[in-house]
Design a protein. Structure first.
Length: 59
């Protein structure tokens, strides 16, 4: 198996990555939204907050 970030051989200590650096790079991608699952936006998320009725709140 190769590191999903850089392609080098994985290190069992950091599996599936080759190093702490590559593990941190991957984590940063998750945290900043670089990784997304494609799909439709939920109806509630499509509406702007001003469209919400007074008794409705976002979840």
């Amino acid at each position: 198996m190769s590191c999903p970030v850089c392609g080098k051989e994985t290190d069992p200590k950091f599996r599936p990555f080759c190093s702490k650096r590559c593990a941190d790079v991957d984590l940063a991608k998750w945290l900043n939204g670089s990784y997304v699952i494609p799909g439709d936006i939920a109806e509630e998320e499509e509406r702007a907050p001003e469209d919400w009725a007074p008794d409705q709140k976002p979840h």
